[in-house]
Design a protein around this ligand. Structure first.
Ligand code: ADE
Ligand code: ZN
Length: 336
């Protein structure tokens, strides 16, 4: 399968952070505008070697954004970049705790405005998942969701949670009220789990937070019963291969993608922090193909799973399915 077919595939991304969309040139520009000092070798700030290093860097470069206009541009450029890679629809995680130079409401309005403009210009149709940080308190988390209820940003589709569970320990109970309110408001719910936490983090995300899908989730392979539960309940795992190689497994040979697929678990393929990790959804689908030997049909199936697991409206999901079927009809040999 050539990369061109994968690039033309109308792709869907469910696990991607706007915080991971800053390239070195933009960081240099923003640091200059903010009057902040850069490291001697700016290239060295990319390619973090651990999750805690990554999170600290996200704090630093997102903190260089000081005006709504800068945030609008970051969101617009991000959707344009995804569009150029053939991503038709994306749900984008934005964690306001990283963006210390802007008030939360101003940030979320600016991101929505950037996504709106990009969609009008024919780029990727990008939507917003507001994310909590695992180290926040129960009150802080509830206040975030109450504020979303009072003034929902126009592109909001769901609530997420990310951060470092190895550092915080189990926190599911702390965030249960915030996620319950999000559910009552009709928001989609997703959580990072089974990356910096083991299987118990996934169980907590399902039972304490009521999520319908899991970001990462790969460490479910440490518990056969949990794998069975995920398969039976049809919970999709939003897997990010390169991120897992860089921050968790050290090599693609150690990645359990094939075990998940063989176990009947619904998987989607995603980029996590694409610019920071120097990947695109096309390159991640090509990597998945080399791990699973699943051909173009596998990439189409993963995209179908992503549409099903998305928080898109029924009419949008149906449009995405139609585009995907048209693509499959042109590309795959007729087996009738
Ligand atoms: N925030 C950005 N990338 C992340 C990851 N891989 N895990 C947890 N939080 C994150
Ligand atoms: Zn992530």
């Amino acid at each position: 399968m050539d990369d061109d077919s994968l690039r033309r595939l109308p792709k869907v991304e469910l696990h991607v952070h706007l915080e991971g969309s800053f390239d070195v040139d933009r960081i240099v520009e923003l640091a200059d505008e903010a009057g902040e000092e850069l490291p001697a070798n700016p290239q060295s700030i990319l390619r973090p070697k651990s999750l805690s290093e990554l999170l600290a860097r996200l704090d630093w470069w997102c903190g260089l954004i000081r005006t709504p206009e800068q945030a609008v541009r970051q969101a617009y450029d991000f959707a344009a970049r995804l569009g150029a890679d053939g991503v038709a629809y994306a749900e984008v995680i934005v964690n306001p705790t990283h963006w210390r130079g802007l008030r939360r409401e101003a940030l979320l309005e600016a991101v929505s405005a950037g996504f709106d403009q990009a969609a009008r210009d024919g780029h990727c149709d990008a939507w917003l998942l507001v994310s909590l940080l695992r180290s926040q308190s129960a009150d802080e988390a509830l206040e975030v969701v109450e504020a979303l209820a009072a003034r929902p940003p126009s592109r909001l589709v769901g609530l997420s949670i990310d951060g470092n569970e190895a550092a915080t320990g189990p926190t599911g109970h702390r965030f249960a009220p915030a996620f319950a309110l999000a559910g009552a408001l009709g928001l989609g719910r997703t959580a990072h789990a089974g990356e910096s936490s083991g299987p118990e983090g996934i169980v907590s995300a399902l039972d304490d937070l009521g999520v319908s899908r899991i970001d990462h989730g790969v460490r479910c392979v440490e518990d056969r019963d949990l794998m069975g539960r995920l398969a039976t309940e049809g919970v999709a795992l939003n897997v990010c291969l390169t991120s897992n190689v860089e921050l968790l497994y050290g090599s693609i040979d150690g990645h359990p993608l094939a075990t998940l697929v063989d176990g009947g678990i619904a998987v989607t393929i995603n980029t996590d922090d694409p610019v920071t990790l120097d990947v695109t959804l096309t390159s991640e689908l090509a990597l998945a193909q080399s791990v699973c030997r699943w051909g173009l049909q596998g990439a189409i199936a993963a995209t179908e799973t992503a549409i099903r697991a998305s928080f898109a409206s029924a009419s949008k999901a149906s449009d995405l399915h139609k585009r995907l079927s048209e693509f499959a009809g042109w590309t795959l040999p007729d087996r009738t």
